[in-house]
Design a protein around this ligand. Structure first.
Ligand SMILES: [Fe+2]
Length: 137
């Protein structure tokens, strides 16, 4: 079964952010597992709502962290977060509209959506902090 495995390359080395990223990956894996088991659209919607809520909470944490550390690309990163939330909310609306969640939709969530963001944008922030090795809170 398709599952995201956490890789060390995803680490920003900011403990709180990494823990939240891992929880998000866990939630997405739950969604994948439920879909594979053939769970009802209602069950999938429920987990997608949980993913959206946790994502919003997580982005808020990241943005607060970035404000504290005066991140130079804060506005750009925030805009990026807004786009990501819009994309997943659009996915939820499609589900609500009766569309089933295709493998392609799920791949969008996995690759383009979360992992790309973590690997590119969040890592840029980690580099800005100079956190290549050190773990901070
Ligand atoms: Fe981010």
């Amino acid at each position: 079964m398709f599952k995201i495995i956490w890789k060390k390359e995803y680490n920003t080395n900011v403990r709180e952010i990494d823990e939240q990223h891992q929880h998000l990956v866990h939630l997405i894996n739950v969604l994948l597992a439920e879909r594979a088991k053939g769970e009802s659209p209602a069950a999938l919607k429920k987990i997608l709502v949980e993913i959206i809520d946790y994502t919003k909470y997580h982005f808020k944490t990241e943005e607060e962290h970035m404000v504290r550390h005066q991140y130079e690309h804060l506005e750009e990163h925030k805009a990026n977060h807004r786009t990501l939330v819009d994309q997943i909310v659009a996915l939820l609306n499609e589900l609500k509209g009766g569309k089933s969640l295709s493998s392609e939709d799920l791949l969008t969530i996995l690759r383009n959506w979360l992992i790309n963001h973590i690997e590119k944008e969040d890592l840029k922030y980690s580099m800005f902090l100079g956190q290549a090795k050190r773990v901070i809170s």
